[in-house]
Design a protein around this ligand. Structure first.
Ligand code: GLN
Length: 464
């Protein structure tokens, strides 16, 4: 991604990106294109290069911002109606860091509203389509980000991953995605979903690109108290045990698509041929991962979404004036009713239910205990192996409309990806060829906390 000393210019890179965005309009990738500011910044960078002034490591590289990232003077609506009309007064820390390296944001990428979903069909703006088959979903919630990269609109895109939202769309579109160790990158300035799960990461075409982006984005941030002191640049890049595990329960799952299973088996053979010790791991507690996630996460969602009230941000119901209603409660109720998508409301209701007195012990507390069991099981596994190879989701991209009205089948998409978020582990999705029908297939590598760099290197070694 180096521009200085090359024959191209930042302006020509941005122009090529904008042209590609125009050509791929049908996929419905961008919710906002920032043509003027992108070109202005490109000209400034070209002038700096011309004058021999130093430029950043991402000088002139066009990128897409997932729509839940706050970026000064741009809309930051998380593809949710309730945040339309909200223009961000601040930059997210990650945006600030990309800016300092002279990357150029060309626009905001579509997503499931508030990142609730696995297909990008829950967007207020309508779905983004899969990069290779327009009748299929892009994956979610970072569907716009993944398709923007896959179709060469941008060189990389930001993403957030609460239960798989970077990795699953990356897998559905044949690109790479990293969900870092919880706390490796700052969450400051990204619309919160489930605060104990949310991780800020990237989608890109190659593993070295992810490596560069992580070396820029990782590090402690006084504005996010959950960030860790920077370990990325100094972390070990050797796999101490030279052992990789796979999860028996995932491999034997009847839900697992046979083509993903055979992709996994072929990677196991490659690992063995490269001298890795491949270990079968039995992890029975992972059976509880999905229900645990779908109790704790909505509880956190319900708290995080309570701030959207029609007073502080963006959209407010118009009903008030016309109907003569004047109660503050009605203002809240109508704004929230009109502003949230069905899936957002479902999570608010589940979240408040599992937190309510009388049900807290039976649901939330039990789920918190199950989360500890899952963390312990991973800790045990990492006594034996450096990394775990697993599917990202049980199947390749499904048809638009196939699951959107059946929340449970949509939630089952996340059965393999939420495990990393429950335990705060890093995970890297990488492409591994295509199915017979031509759909991209992806797998993921999960590792112990702080092993992000090792996972990127291993993904590079074994990807197709
Ligand atoms: N698909 C998962 C969910 O809907 C994960 C979403 C995400 O990672 N933001 O909760």
């Amino acid at each position: 991604m180096k521009l200085a000393n090359s024959s191209t210019t930042a302006v020509s890179l941005v122009e090529a990106s904008l042209k590609r965005i125009e050509e791929t309009k049908d996929w419905h990738i961008f919710t906002f294109v920032d043509k003027e500011s992108a070109l202005k910044k490109a000209k400034e960078i070209d002038a700096k290069i011309k004058n021999g002034e130093p430029v950043g490591r991402l000088a002139g590289v066009p990128y897409a911002l997932k729509a839940n990232f706050l970026s000064k003077n741009r809309p930051a609506d998380a593809s949710a109606r309730i945040l339309t009309e909200f223009i961000s007064p601040i930059n997210a820390t990650v945006v600030e860091k990309l800016d300092q390296e002279d990357a150029i944001c060309v626009g905001c990428a579509n997503m499931d509203a508030f990142a609730h979903g696995s297909s990008t069909e829950n967007s207020y703006y309508g779905p983004t389509k899969n990069s290779v088959d327009k009748t299929r979903v892009a994956g979610g919630s970072s569907g716009g980000s993944a398709v923007a990269v896959a179709l060469d609109c941008v060189q990389f895109a930001t993403g957030s991953d609460t239960g798989g939202s970077i990795r699953q769309p990356a897998a559905f579109n044949g690109v790479y995605g990293i969900k870092p160790t919880y706390g490796a990158t700052s969450r400051y300035g990204v619309v919160a979903m489930g605060s104990s799960f949310d991780c800020i990461g990237f989608i890109a075409k190659t593993a070295p690109d992810l490596d560069l982006l992580m070396s820029i984005a990782a590090g402690q941030d006084p504005k996010d108290q959950t960030t860790l002191p920077d370990f990325y640049g100094t972390s070990d890049t050797k796999l101490g045990k030279k052992a990789v595990g796979y999860i028996k329960e995932f491999m034997d799952s009847s839900a697992l698509d046979p083509e993903i299973k055979s992709a996994l088996e072929s990677k196991i053979s490659i690992l063995k041929a490269k001298g890795y010790n491949v270990v079968e791991l039995s992890m029975p507690a992972l059976e509880y991962a999905l229900p645990t996630y779908y109790i704790i996460q909505p509880a956190e969602v319900a708290s995080n979404l309570s701030r959207y009230d029609g007073i502080r941000y963006g959209f407010r119901t118009k009903e008030l004036n016309s109907s003569g209603k004047n109660s503050l409660d009605l203002l809240y109720e109508d704004t929230r009713d009109e502003g949230f998508m069905r899936e957002n409301k479902r999570r608010i209701m589940i979240g408040n239910f599992v937190l309510s007195s009388g049900f807290y012990d039976a649901y939330f507390l039990k789920a918190a205990k199950a989360r500890t069991l899952i963390i312990n099981e991973f800790n045990k596994a990492f006594e034996q192996v450096d990394a775990i190879l697993s599917p990202v989701s049980p199947n390749p991209a499904f048809k638009i409309g196939e699951k959107v009205n059946d929340p449970v089948s949509m939630y089952l998409e996340d059965v393999m990806s939420v495990t990393a978020n429950l335990a705060g582990l890093p995970a890297v999705a990488f492409p591994t060829g295509t199915s017979k029908a031509g759909l991209p297939l992806g797998l993921q590598l999960m590792g112990p906390r702080r092993s992000d760099k090792n996972l990127i290197n291993l993904a590079k070694e074994i990807a197709s």
